[in-house]
Design a binder for this molecule. Structure first.
Ligand code: FEO
Length: 392
């Protein structure tokens, strides 16, 4: 695949990681891309590197447009290695390049690589880099999701090069969201927010308000993963959803997530699910033996109610549920109503550990519910009555 023209003299020179199934613990069933863009003007700027093992592919694509020796700038929007892994190789082949990044970006590059002899130009929010007919204005977005994260805006073409923000782990034949399966692009954008940016809602809100303060008129968002949002309608879809997610708005739905050893916790999960169904609350039931924790996080993003169930194994939370709860705690969803439930054999109490995490997340909760061995019909009736109180 050759370099793809994005606008006159702006090209996609990224790479496609078709077979990626996992991204630091996040399941990526549709692969991913590491997008990089080249602005070919009086001064030539490359925006972002790629993962080290796809370096040659990016370099070949750049060579479709310009010789590496002609590149003046490499804009480093973010130093996580899916965007910086091949920078040492790029600099080796093109030592004339000046790296344009913020001070946290320079520090992160120095902490990852031997940067001796590298040229740096340090920028801050509002600074511009003139390339000729095009320019880039920078907006630092600290902790969205690393201290070094930033975005670059080209006012002449109204393009925001947003790095991880607005991205999707989605690999398809086109670079355009409008030419891809748009529903899938949106689902993967939601999953990306839930699994990468969930803890940083405040920073996302700040980035959106900085973009407003700087009067950025955005007609295209070119992220570093997945497809490009092109045109006001697509841009407005993703920006309005980010605003909702960052504000921790919910859509009134419920998620019942659990695992089971001998079917007891599954019976409890069935009963709780039916309570939501009977009340007209949209609900999904997810058993962690066949749903990856990152898929469940995408369900939780817009949910109002989250019920988490576990069997007791060796006086502990069942391992797949424990992994989920640890993941949940780190991603720290806000404004949920929680319900911990489970089953035990001879020692009760493990559900209290899930309850404690919900309290730490400052969720509103109802009392946990647990049952010894297999729940009988009278216990399920009792559970039903108790579960209904979460709707009050
Ligand atoms: Fe796509 Fe935070 O790296």
């Amino acid at each position: 695949m050759k370099a793809v023209k994005v606008k006159e003299n702006i090209y996609w020179v990224g790479v496609k990681d078709w077979n990626l199934t996992e991204f630091h613990g996040y399941a990526t069933p549709h692969g991913s891309t590491y997008n990089s863009y080249l602005i070919n003007d009086e001064k030539i700027a490359l925006i972002d590197g790629v993962k080290h093992y796809l370096s040659l592919e990016q370099i070949d694509r750049i060579k479709d447009v310009v010789d590496l020796s002609k590149i003046d700038y490499l804009v480093v929007n973010h130093v996580e290695q899916d965007h910086s892994g091949n920078i040492p190789e790029l600099i080796k082949l093109a030592p004339q390049i000046t790296i344009v990044t913020n001070s946290a970006g320079k520090m992160a590059l120095e902490a990852h690589f031997d940067t001796e002899g590298w040229n740096f130009q340090i920028i801050k929010t509002g600074d511009s880099l003139k390339l000729g007919k095009h320019s880039l204005t920078f907006v630092t977005t600290p902790l969205l999701h690393w201290p070094d994260s930033m975005m670059s805006y080209c006012p002449e073409e109204k393009i925001l090069f947003s790095n991880d923000g607005f991205g999707q782990h989605y690999c398809t034949n086109t670079i355009w969201a409008g030419e891809a399966n748009f529903g899938m692009v949106c689902e993967e954008a939601k999953s990306y927010y839930a699994n990468i940016l969930f803890p940083y809602g405040m920073q996302a809100q700040k980035a959106l308000s900085t973009a407003n303060e700087l009067n950025l008129d955005i007609e295209m968002i070119a992220p570093s993963h997945g497809c490009i949002w092109n045109g006001k309608e697509e841009v407005s879809w993703i920006v309005s959803h980010y605003a909702k997610w960052a504000a921790a708005e919910n859509n009134g739905s419920a998620v019942v997530v659990y695992d089971t050893m001998w079917g007891a916790t599954a019976k409890l999960a069935d009963t709780i699910t039916s309570v939501f169904q009977d009340a007209g609350v949209p609900v999904v039931k997810r058993c962690l033996s066949n749903k990856h924790i990152s898929e469940v996080m995408a369900d939780i993003l817009e949910a109002k109610y989250v019920a988490i169930g576990t069997p007791t194994l060796n006086n502990e939370i069942f391992p797949r549920v424990a992994a989920f709860v640890t993941y949940l705690k780190g991603l720290a969803p806000k404004n949920k109503k929680g319900f911990a439930f489970g089953s035990y054999g001879w020692r009760p109490g493990v559900v209290n550990k899930i309850q404690a995490v919900m309290e730490e997340l400052k969720w509103e909760t109802i009392a946990p519910f647990e049952e010894k061995y297999t729940p009988k019909s009278d216990v399920l009736e009792k559970l039903k009555e108790h579960a209904k109180t979460i709707l009050e």
